[in-house]
Design a protein around this ligand. Structure first.
Ligand SMILES: [Zn+2]
Length: 123
């Protein structure tokens, strides 16, 4: 898996959190203004794309990884996540797995959540 994230990946993780992916999905309000799913009227940027005043998550921060971790716990899927990420695909001892995990940057951790989601390990 790439160590980069594209907008589609960020959208998948955002929707896993149950949050709005801010941007235009073609909707307009009664006054014909382009609106975001969060309800805000969108503004037309310099490159001709509508954007929302609320920024999307980058999944490159501890805060964003923390939100994913809380969501996994809330869905009672932490055992599945650990099994998938550490035991299933990497065959590490518990100590080596802990050392491996503790070296992970928030973006790398978010990418592992994305990988687990795409493989259906968090359903
Ligand atoms: Zn929005």
């Amino acid at each position: 898996m790439s160590d980069q994230m594209i907008d589609e990946d960020r959208r998948i993780l955002t929707e896993f959190l149950g949050e709005c992916w801010h941007g235009w999905n073609g909707e307009k309000d009664a006054n014909n203004y382009a609106v975001c799913s969060c309800g805000k009227i969108l503004t037309l940027g310099e490159i001709g794309r509508f954007s929302c005043s609320i920024a999307n998550r980058t999944f490159n921060t501890w805060e964003d990884f923390g939100a994913l971790k809380d969501r996994i716990v809330e869905k009672a899927k932490m055992p599945e996540f650990i099994r998938y990420v550490v035991l299933g695909s990497r065959d590490l001892s518990v100590i080596r797995a802990m050392v491996w995990w503790e070296r992970k940057h928030p973006l790398e951790r978010c990418l592992l959540v994305l990988e687990a989601l795409k493989q259906g390990a968090l359903k």
